[in-house]
Design a protein around this ligand. Structure first.
Ligand code: OOG
Ligand code: MG
Length: 255
């Protein structure tokens, strides 16, 4: 099947919140290269509907995440304005297949960044950092996929919530994180779980976007990847991520 047809399949699945079989079930030879092209074409469909690109998300940048989904390679996906959810607001469970929330660090890019850069160069391009929750929603049945499947599905990206921006020189190398569901702790971790330091995720983001002919631009948001395993959301559930020194960010799941 053509990458264009696959792009329509993943895009329709996301748009209608209907689970689909893995693309690799039908095309076992699907390469990661093909998968990124499917992702780009599926995002082009969103842009054609009026959404616009606001940044990128990194995925599988911590051991906890790799183990949870059984894929151990760093991946990336694109963020659009339609994926941004209001901090302290709510989202409808019906619009997602099986949403999960994970605590992340967000970077606000101030200077263009692309290609091979050092952690110091990456940090120099940052304007601010914020606590964040990413809402991931694999479009595949049972949240099961291979590397090409998840890449084609925009790396499960479906929503994100940003807390308050903090100055770029706020240390973020080893901040304690608590993820609460309805006030009870469900995950505990540290920003150090993100490749040893979240800035390393930004270094990878610069490298990976360049590999696919893109760059990080001023105003872009970069999500560094989940620091803990993700937590499944059910209607009524209130999820809050509390970050040492950075504050907290929350959202509620409704019917
Ligand atoms: C893949 C996306 C991973 C992260 O932060 O590691 C991701 C998935 O878990 O469905 O967003
Ligand atoms: Mg994530």
């Amino acid at each position: 099947m053509s990458t264009e047809k696959f792009a329509a399949i993943v895009d329709d699945a996301a748009r209608t919140a209907k689970a689909i079989p893995q693309l690799t079930a039908e095309s076992p030879d699907l390469s990661v290269e093909d998968a990124y092209s499917i992702q780009a074409q599926s995002i082009a469909r969103r842009l054609a509907r009026g959404e616009h690109r606001v940044g990128v998300k990194m995925g599988l940048t911590s051991r906890a995440k790799m183990i949870q989904v059984g894929v151990d390679e760093v991946i990336w996906g694109r963020l659009t304005n339609a994926m941004r959810l209001e901090e302290g607001g709510s989202f409808s469970r019906a619009k997602y297949v099986h949403p999960r929330a994970e605590p992340e660090i967000a970077f606000l890019i101030g200077q263009p960044l692309s290609g091979e850069v050092s952690p110091l160069e990456a940090l120099a391009a940052v304007d601010a950092v914020a606590p964040a929750i990413e809402l991931i929603d694999s479009r595949y049945e049972n949240f099961k996929f291979t590397l090409p499947d998840v890449v084609a599905d925009n790396s499960s990206s479906s929503g994100f919530v940003l807390g308050n921006w903090a100055p770029k020189d706020t240390p973020i190398d080893n901040l304690g994180i608590l993820l609460e569901a309805d006030g009870r702790p469900v995950q505990v971790g540290s920003t150090a779980a993100i490749l040893g330091h979240p800035v390393r995720s930004l270094v990878q983001a610069a490298r990976l976007v360049a590999r696919w002919g893109e760059a990080l631009a001023p105003g872009d948001i970069v999500l560094a990847g989940g620091a803990t395993a993700a937590h499944a959301m059910t209607p009524g559930m209130h999820i809050r991520a509390v970050f040492q020194d950075l504050g907290s960010v929350s959202i509620r799941c409704v019917d």
